[in-house]
Design a protein around this ligand. Structure first.
Ligand SMILES: Nc1ncnc2c1ncn2[C@@H]1O[C@H](COP(=O)(O)OP(=O)(O)O)[C@@H](O)[C@H]1O
Ligand SMILES: [Mg+2]
Length: 229
């Protein structure tokens, strides 16, 4: 079953066509990795898919709900960790406080951050903040989780802890769409890869197909990232 289907998505900014006729599907339990050079439209695609931007054309159809994890964590600085995680489930989803707190504690335990419930974001490392923002997204029980370069604001030694959390979620068959510059990670965790270039899907397929492709732009892109392979 497709949880997300996008057809003919178009978006321009000031006459610049940033997304040109993008179509894709994400099936239940699948991990879609989106790679491509800076400026190719990856964030705009995620922002359109999650309602943060209004597309100029095309269709976006969901079965279920989604959550979003940003590059820069976007935690509320004046909220404790616990309040960051529980606020929306209680206020927006109107779920019971006891149930939400129990679930939040289970999520914190899973993230290895049980001792941080009363901490504030400024007291945490970037990697810890990102794990909290993943817990916050999961607390809404989304059917699909989107990540926009979840490790690119982190030092290399903190990147691994976030990639492990995402790998664990994939092992639990969480449906995810992940924009990333971590090519090894994308290759290992994704079922399907999209290579975006200048607003179009230049290559799409299994990791083997896309990373093994002889597409010139793809080879050039991978060549520039050579040290990450
Ligand atoms: N809100 C905006 N207003 C104007 N231009 C934008 C806006 N958001 C993105 N762009 C432009 O759209 C293009 C694609 O950006 P983006 O989707 O962020 O690419 P990526 O995430 O692949 O680096 C870039 O040229 C960027 O400058
Ligand atoms: Mg981006």
């Amino acid at each position: 079953m497709s949880l997300l289907e996008i057809r003919g998505l178009k978006k321009s900014f000031d006459g610049l066509e940033v997304l040109k006729d993008i179509s894709l599907q994400v099936r239940q339990g699948e991990v879609l990795g989106i790679i491509g050079p800076s400026g190719s439209g990856k964030s705009t695609l995620l922002r359109c898919a999650t309602g943060l931007e209004t597309p100029d054309g095309g269709e976006i159809r969901y079965e279920g709900t989604f959550g979003l994890v940003f590059q820069n964590f976007n935690l509320f600085p004046h909220y404790s960790v616990m309040k960051n995680i529980t606020d929306a489930p209680i206020k927006v989803q109107k779920r019971s406080r006891e149930e939400v707190f129990a679930e939040a504690r289970a999520l914190l335990a899973k993230m290895g951050l049980s001792d941080k419930e009363d901490a504030y974001p400024y007291q945490l490392s970037g990697g810890q903040q990102q794990r909290i923002s993943i817990a916050r997204a999961l607390a809404m029980n989304p059917d699909i989780l989107f990540f926009d370069e979840p490790t690119s604001a982190l030092d290399p030694e903190l990147t691994g802890e976030i990639l492990k959390v995402i790998r664990d979620l994939a092992a639990e068959h969480m449906t995810m769409v992940i924009v990333t510059h971590e090519m090894n990670f994308a290759r290992n965790v994704a079922d399907q890869i999209i290579f975006m270039d200048k607003g179009v899907i230049a290559q799409q397929g299994t990791p083997e197909e896309v990373f093994g492709s002889s597409n010139e732009r793809m080879k050039e892109f991978l060549g520039k990232l050579g040290e990450n392979l």
